[in-house]
Ligand binder design. Structure first.
Ligand code: KG4
Ligand code: ZN
Length: 347
């Protein structure tokens, strides 16, 4: 089984890991949250510069932690899509350069395939097929995982990602960035039924609604209007009730779609990934909703839900074992449909 050095720099975490199959030999994650906090969100140019500062130190630290030498590395992986192009370029160029210098195969990895592989790190016995609910700051997708490199996106958001909605609502409630953890905490003290809020639905041309696609931008606007109305009364804002009502609406939308999807496709496991998988409301409600249908719900530990390079290495290790490696000419791309993952490899 292939031992892979993986580099992930698609957004605001500089991460490097050495992974053998589903086993982590070392993993370093350097978060830039504190740097971007003062801007209220990720500033792409600042992120790229920070990756440049950190990446070499993180690679060195991974070798120290694992005790391995270059001769024990079978391949070098880098996240090449989707993400901020300037940020992706730093890790991708580092990975390609190391592959040339050390004469190893290079494996470009799709970031979302990495998030899917995070579930294998926490549950090494997990095997496809299963449904992956990927909910992060940039993505909200329901993915039918069929095999390595074979994915079908069954549902996704048509506008804001779930984490983005948490961040935007937190900003309008003046709770700071990132907003998810703050709203999660406040929601625990509030009444989720205090304010009925609209769960975004996607109308179909033939009538009815899309069963798996979601929309969160209308919900964010509804919270904005409600907040403005409440502020006009001159009373202090019922922040906890607002947070609880907003969170319950997002959780209901995600839970309903994930369960419908798993049932309609006959999948008995839902693996959740991405930063929003930390949300206590989602953890609780999805488990409750899945129970009557004997659907198993897997929530990886937080260190695997948020961005890391171990998940990228885990995906790369399996690709390499199957003889999939990338040309050095592949480029950093802001987007690539998950269904086109295999275009990254010459098989
Ligand atoms: O996966 P991630 O670390 O980064 C990417 O977007 O790729 O996810 C970050 C997102 C942020 O939007 C953050 O607000 C959200 O995950 N998040 C949460 C919680 N913890 C982090 N959202 C809801 N509840 C939480 N406890
Ligand atoms: Zn991510």
């Amino acid at each position: 089984m292939a031992t892979v050095l993986a580099i992930e720099t698609s957004c605001d975490e500089t991460a490097v890991a050495i992974v053998k199959n589903r086993h982590i030999l070392s993993s370093v994650v350097s978060s830039q949250i504190a740097i971007h906090q003062k801007y209220g969100g990720v500033v792409p140019e600042v992120a790229s510069r920070q990756h440049v500062e950190i990446v070499n130190h993180a690679i060195a630290q991974c070798f120290t932690e694992s005790g391995l030498s270059w001769s024990e590395i079978d391949g070098i992986a880098g996240t090449c899509t989707p993400g901020l192009v300037g940020a992706l370029l730093v890790g991708l160029t580092a990975a390609k350069t190391l592959a040339i210098v050390h004469e190893k195969p290079f494996i470009g990895v799709h970031h979302l395939e990495g998030h899917i592989y995070a579930s294998y790190l926490s549950d090494p016995d997990l095997e496809p097929p299963f449904l992956c609910l990927l909910v992060s700051g940039g993505h909200t997708s329901l993915i039918y995982v069929k095999a390595c490199g074979q994915y079908e996106v069954l549902g996704q958001t048509r506008d804001d990602a779930a984490g983005e909605a948490f961040d935007k609502v937190a900003r309008l409630l003046k709770l700071g960035y990132p907003g998810g953890p703050m709203i999660d905490q406040l929601a625990a003290q509030g009444n989720p039924k205090a304010f009925p809020l609209p769960e975004g639905q996607i109308s179909l041309p033939e009538g009815g609604f899309h069963p798996y696609d979601s929309s969160f931008s209308g919900l964010k606007t509804a919270v904005l209007r409600l907040t403005q109305k409440l502020e006009a009364t001159g009373e202090p804002l019922p922040i906890a009730d607002l947070a609880a009502s907003f969170q319950a609406t997002v959780v209901r939308a995600l839970t309903k779609r994930a369960i419908a999807c798993a049932r309609n496709y006959g999948l008995d496991t839902i693996a959740v990934g991405g930063g929003v998988a930390a949300n206590r409301g989602l953890r609780e409600q999805l488990k409750i909703a899945a129970e009557p249908y004997q659907i198993k719900v897997l929530f990886p530990p937080m260190k695997f839900c948020t961005d890391n390079a171990a998940m990228i290495g885990c995906a790369a290790s399996e690709h390499l074992d199957r003889g999939h490696a990338s040309e050095l000419s592949i480029v950093a791309q802001s987007r690539l449909p998950l269904s086109e993952v295999m275009s990254l490899y010459r098989v």
